[in-house]
Design a protein around this ligand. Structure first.
Ligand code: ZN
Length: 329
């Protein structure tokens, strides 16, 4: 089985000096935890807050990128960068965990396709077009006021990402942005870390219709572990009492979202994007990435076959990744 987590925010800890080999006291991802979780590959996000100016976000993203290369350079016998499915599979053969790079929030490319290409050359293989605020590229789910979807520059970004073979990530964008990207992207699109709005009515989650249309185009939804996206009752309690809110969602709730997405979109179109190190609360029993196998055990108990579990664990996203690359050639 090849296990791929398509979203974690571990670089936010790396730039504060965390040693990937030693981890941090409240860190959710480090080398020991990745190994214990059976993780073969993990996308590390270059996350920048919508609060930063575009110039400051470029600097921050570059710092994160540098911190990833430094961390990988420090443990060459345990991890390696991967920029394609074939590299990730080759790393596994060598006993290495792959670190892949994604950009979370397109703000660091400012209004420059050259900067987009530079981040691609540095190894970034997906870009989440926005974070919680509207930017030069598109409107965000949590704001959605500036463009009514994709901006004219955003259309150029989509075309250039298609040409480069870079995966377009719909996590965080508004529904109107989603519609625009779905209509103009020549390649399949994904969400690297979202849940199902039919089960938890949060604007960051995707409706069944969105999940289905994304799948019809060959894409995949990677289910997020953030308790606020998993459960409406928890989200309400969290709004009132913050991190102390109880009861917390569990691994069963994550599996409920996976199972729902499978029912809506089919087994070929669902995966896992934990959002670890980007979430201040975690489901009960899923405190860090070492607990990931619990999800596969629960799917087994639900009657999923090993073949189906392998698809969710990583094969589906790897297929989309390959499709995006081959469409670009
Ligand atoms: Zn995110």
């Amino acid at each position: 089985m090849f296990v791929l987590d398509t979203h974690c925010d571990t670089p936010t800890l790396l730039i504060k000096g965390m040693d990937l080999g030693k981890g941090a006291p409240d860190g959710q991802v480090d080398l020991a935890k990745l190994k214990a979780g059976g993780v073969d590959a993990s996308f590390f996000a270059l996350y920048t807050s919508a609060e930063l100016s575009p110039e400051a976000s470029t600097t921050r993203a570059l710092e994160m990128l540098a911190s990833i290369y430094d961390a990988v350079g420090q443990y060459p016998d345990q991890v390696a960068i991967a920029t394609s499915p074939s590299e990730a599979l080759a790393n596994k053969e060598k006993g290495l965990i792959s670190i892949l790079i994604g950009i979370e929030n397109g703000s660091p490319i400012q209004k420059s396709l050259s900067l987009l290409r530079l981040f691609y050359r540095f190894g970034a293989r997906y870009m989440t077009l926005t974070h919680n605020g509207d930017n030069e590229i598109a409107d965000a789910a949590m704001e959605g006021k500036r463009w009514g979807g994709l901006s004219p520059f955003g259309r150029e970004v989509v075309a250039e990402m298609n040409r480069l073979g870079m995966i377009i990530d719909m996590a965080h964008v508004s529904d109107l942005t989603f519609n625009d990207v779905l209509a103009c992207s020549k390649s399949p699109i994904v969400s690297t870390h979202s849940c199902c709005r039919a089960l938890a009515n949060h604007p960051r989650n995707m409706t069944d219709d969105m999940i289905r249309r994304m799948a019809d185009k060959g894409g995949v939804i990677q289910i997020n572990f953030y308790p606020v996206f998993l459960s409406d009752s928890y989200a309400k309690a969290y709004a009132e009492s913050g991190e102390k809110a109880t009861p917390k969602p569990t691994a069963e709730d994550v599996v409920r979202h996976i199972d729902h997405a499978v029912n809506v979109a089919g087994i070929e179109h669902v995966g896992i994007g934990t959002d670890f190190d980007g979430i201040e609360v975690t489901p009960e029993g899923l405190e860090d990435v070492s607990r990931l196998p619990i999800i596969f055990d629960l799917l087994r108990r639900k009657g999923y076959s090993e073949d189906q579990i392998e698809k969710i664990a990583g094969q589906n996203f790897l297929r989309v990744f390959n499709d995006v690359i081959s469409n670009s050639l």
